[in-house]
Ligand binder design. Structure first.
Ligand SMILES: *Cc1c(COP(=O)(O)O)cnc(C)c1O
Length: 415
């Protein structure tokens, strides 16, 4: 008989999650995760917790959409649910300015492809009904670009990533919403990176019919929980007419377990699929924390700490090309050009989890998700500049530390 191998217990070290995501989970969230009792998915407190999560999500997203709930999993789970209404042959215009909008585009090409188009290229279909508008890496999608494309193609669906985490660029949500209204397209937005980081209310963008986010970036709730989604009545109305080819991610069916039945709030949910009491308790706590800190308060804090990090790495000779507030995307100084991967890998080997870009060109990405304090930002800068110097950059950390101190002293004085 073959010997059965039982591996040692899996130990995973604590690292500094200074990348685009996942962000640092709040200890309160982990504590709730570990303290929840074993209870099944129809137990009264689990169902009550899900209804409370739904109500808190509406507050955080700034919406009266009845169909606002969480999809079990990560960002792509929520996006799969969001894009489920896109049917084979549907006309779609999608804007691509980086890694994630590129994958959104792939998802849409898979969903809008006819059977023949999918069979012709199963992993990378090119359906005639889908137009991918390419915007160069490092640039934002502007309202003008959206207006022009929608005027030309008049699609049923228009799709944009709000914050493109691949290049660190903020795209024009107002311009997108306006163009969707002007040209009769139903807008779908990937808000995976922006929810819980920027201060915005989705109901202020009436051209957008559906939204999806994730648990582990702005909401700080990695222990595999829920990707927030929200759909307008118009989206649901359309879905009721066309149907869609998924059971588990069907927006109308999935909503039932959150107590959204026949388009109305029910007292409690009905079975759709098993939910974990641990996940519900953790997600519930993450939403409570967001409401306690307020979306506006968080947004202000991100802007303030990102400015400190941006200033410090710029002083170290790097060139920042992003404009998101949870992340800086930068080019190294000329003396280190071409050594981005080496630098990132050396940092990661020391438990300092920064990232490269995942599509061309190669740049370095440093994130500050839930690392919003002077000590954490100073630690990030010290480690990053230290690694640059280990590779021969010869940056004097003294003046940079002074700038950081100055940034934080000014803030204290202003309070
Ligand atoms: C992170 C991210 C995703 C993917 O989310 P997962 O949680 O990895 O599934 C999609 N879109 C954007 C804009 C992202 O930042």
């Amino acid at each position: 008989m073959a010997e059965v191998v039982i591996f040692p217990q899996l130990e995973i070290p604590d690292t500094i999650a200074a990348g685009p995501g996942p962000g640092n989970t709040d200890p309160r969230v982990l504590q709730r995760f570990a303290s929840a009792g074993m209870a099944d998915h129809m137990q009264a407190d689990v169902l009550r917790g899900m209804v409370e999560c739904k109500l808190m999500l509406r507050e955080i997203m700034g919406t009266r959409n009845i169909h606002t709930f969480g999809v079990a999993g990560t960002g792509w789970s929520g996006l799969d649910c969001l894009f489920s209404a896109v049917m084979p042959g549907d006309t779609v215009v999608v804007f691509n300015n980086g890694t994630f909008s590129g994958i959104d585009g792939l998802t849409l090409r898979m969903k809008a492809a006819t059977a023949d188009e999918l069979a012709a290229s199963p992993l990378d279909p090119k359906p005639a009904s889908v137009t991918v508008v390419q915007v160069p890496h490092g640039q934002s999608v502007t309202g003008d670009v959206v207006q022009t494309a929608l005027a030309q193609h008049k699609p049923k669906w228009a799709v944009m990533t709000h914050w493109e985490t691949g290049s660190g660029r903020i795209n024009d949500l107002q311009g997108f919403s306006d163009a969707c209204l002007a040209h009769g397209a139903m807008g779908l937005v990937d808000a995976v990176s922006s929810l819980g980081v920027e201060d915005f209310r989705i109901d202020d963008y009436p051209g957008v019919a559906g939204w999806a986010s994730c648990p582990q970036k702005g909401i700080c709730c990695l222990p595999l929980t829920y990707a927030p989604v929200s759909f307008t009545d118009a989206y649901i109305q359309n879905l009721r007419q066309t149907g869609c080819r998924t059971f588990v991610h069907h927006p109308i069916l999935e909503a039932r377990h959150w107590g959204i039945i026949d388009g109305k709030d029910a007292e409690k949910g009905t079975y759709h699929r098993t939910h974990s009491a641990y996940a519900v308790a953790a997600f519930h706590e993450a939403l409570r924390i967001t409401l306690q800190q307020t979306v506006a308060g968080r947004a202000k804090s991100y802007a303030f700490h990102e400015a400190a990090l941006r200033d410090a790495v710029t002083a170290a000779g790097c060139n920042v090309t992003s404009n998101m507030t949870s992340l800086v995307v930068l080019n190294l100084p000329d003396s280190l050009k071409g050594r981005e991967m080496e630098l990132v890998q050396a940092c990661r080997a020391r438990g300092f989890g920064i990232w490269p870009t995942l599509s061309e060109p190669v740049q370095v990405r440093i994130g500050i998700l839930n690392l919003l304090n002077e000590r954490a930002i100073t630690d990030i800068v010290t480690r990053f500049v230290g690694q640059m110097n280990d590779m021969g950059a010869d940056v004097d950390m003294g003046p940079i530390s002074k700038r950081l101190e100055q940034h934080y002293r000014t803030a204290v004085a202003a309070e």
